[in-house]
Design a protein around this ligand. Structure first.
Ligand SMILES: [Zn+2]
Ligand SMILES: [Zn+2]
Length: 438
């Protein structure tokens, strides 16, 4: 019988950035205690799953780790990523209606090329799950709604060229919070223009603002896009007690949002208010996703909860208006941007790894083709990595790249290798489902 909710739990008790770091095992231990105390695991509506271990191929389908996976990816990361794959399998095989991967370490700041840890993230566990869903189940249109207080810049970056992955992120405005990005102008590369929707909210926005944004903008966009699979990057750091941010969302606000969103799979991201918020927010989301009554889930201490201001409501109204305009004009804008780009589109990206102090510079070029989605090249150099300065030249062959484009991608890497000037050379070949070292 199909259970309403599958729950995958992995607290990674042996992994932390440092003893006092906010991203630590207690984030999930308190939640688990609360879930057990409430008797949720005894309910027929909830089925618990043990996470599996993701394999090298699962990670390299999404990431190019420089110089190699073994250098920065630990067993804890492989189980955290594996937990999302377990959740995906449970849903796709019809064992459960929805699933929630309550796992850590988190992933949404990790980009395609990984030199180290940024924003507490090493590998992007949602992106790995999405690529797995495509490879294993042939999933077509996928939507991600990122409800973490920080912009999901890694997930955005990985799917920036993919028109079939709709990425919607609401977050505290990047002028006031890490990672400093996530503005509406970041709407996708020309080929995927409009498939990235960024909604930067002002600090102090709470349940009213977030729900208005969801009802008036996010829900209609999702209804229009009609994803085959809907994923929630479930960060809980919009909570009014979170010490890393300045928002005013409550456990009830989060639970009602999960109830409205009805994601097929939720994956835990941030949330650092270990005792005051996480047990309640997570319990509320679990109940909502399982179709159970969540109305009595309440934080014990509400002293820090403040009413929302006029300025936050004005920003929400602006985002709804601008977001509707962007969504309805995206076809026309996309055609204009492709025409303007011609045969290729390049962007230069400085990428800072705050956790590790690594500075990376990338030049990413998407090559377009009349017959297929083309291919991608990435010229990456990093300073301050575990191995000092290191650089890589990479080409990405998309699953639907034509044979000519696949050949051009390999040729570009061979040419770079012949020229010298880089330490490592890779082709991430999504058609062959292989990361090749050249
Ligand atoms: Zn966060
Ligand atoms: Zn082609």
């Amino acid at each position: 019988m199909t259970a309403p909710l599958g729950l995958v739990f992995f607290p990674a008790v042996d992994w932390m950035i440092s003893e006092t770091h906010p991203e630590r095992q207690e984030r999930l231990i308190y939640t688990y205690d609360q879930i057990v105390e409430e008797g949720l695991l005894d309910l027929a509506a909830i089925r618990e799953y043990k996470p599996r271990v993701a394999g090298r191929r699962d990670i390299e389908r999404t990431h190019i780790v420089v110089p190699d996976l073994n250098n920065i990816v630990t067993d804890a990361h492989l189980v955290s990523a594996g937990g999302t794959l377990t959740a995906a399998d449970a849903v796709m095989k019809g064992e459960v209606k929805r699933a929630f991967a309550l796992v850590r370490p988190p992933g949404h700041h990790a980009m395609r090329v990984a030199h180290g840890i940024r924003g507490f993230c090493t590998i992007n566990i949602e992106a790995i799950m999405i690529d797995y869903l495509r490879k294993t189940y042939g999933a077509g249109r996928i939507a991600v709604v990122d409800t973490d207080v920080h912009h999901g810049d890694g997930t955005q970056e990985i799917f920036y060229h993919d028109p079939d992955t709709l990425f919607i992120s609401f977050h505290q405005d990047g002028h006031t919070l890490y990672p400093g990005s996530g503005f509406m102008e970041e709407a996708g590369s020309p080929y995927a223009f409009g498939a990235t929707i960024n909604l930067p909210l002002l600090p102090e926005t709470g349940d009213v603002g977030v729900h208005l944004l969801f009802d008036e903008l996010i829900r209609p966009i999702l209804d229009d896009f009609q994803p085959d699979i809907l994923i929630n990057s479930a960060g809980q750091d919009n909570h009014y007690t979170d010490m890393l941010a300045s928002m005013q969302v409550t456990a009830q606000g989060y639970a009602r949002l999960a109830d409205k969103l009805k994601a097929d799979i939720a994956v835990l991201e941030g949330g650092y208010s270990i005792e005051a918020a996480l047990p309640y927010v997570n319990t509320g989301i679990v109940l909502a996703m399982a179709g159970l009554d969540y109305s009595r889930v309440l934080e014990p201490d509400r002293r820090d909860l403040r009413p929302e201001g006029k300025h936050t409501a004005a920003r929400v109204a602006q985002l709804v208006s601008d977001g509707r305009a962007l969504w309805s004009a995206r076809g026309k804008l996309k055609a204009e941007k492709i025409a303007k780009a011609g045969s290729s589109w390049t962007r230069k990206k400085p990428i800072y790894y705050d956790t590790d102090g690594i500075r990376e510079m990338q030049t990413e070029t998407a090559f377009y083709c009349p017959k297929c989605p083309g291919y991608l090249t990435i010229d990456s150099s990093a300073r301050g990595s575990y191995f000092g300065e290191q650089s890589a030249f990479i080409a990405v062959v998309w699953a639907a790249s034509c044979p000519d484009c696949a050949k051009r991608a390999y040729d570009a890497v061979l040419r770079a290798k012949k020229q010298g000037g880089h330490d490592y050379f890779f082709v991430q070949d999504k058609a062959k489902d292989l990361l090749e070292r050249i």
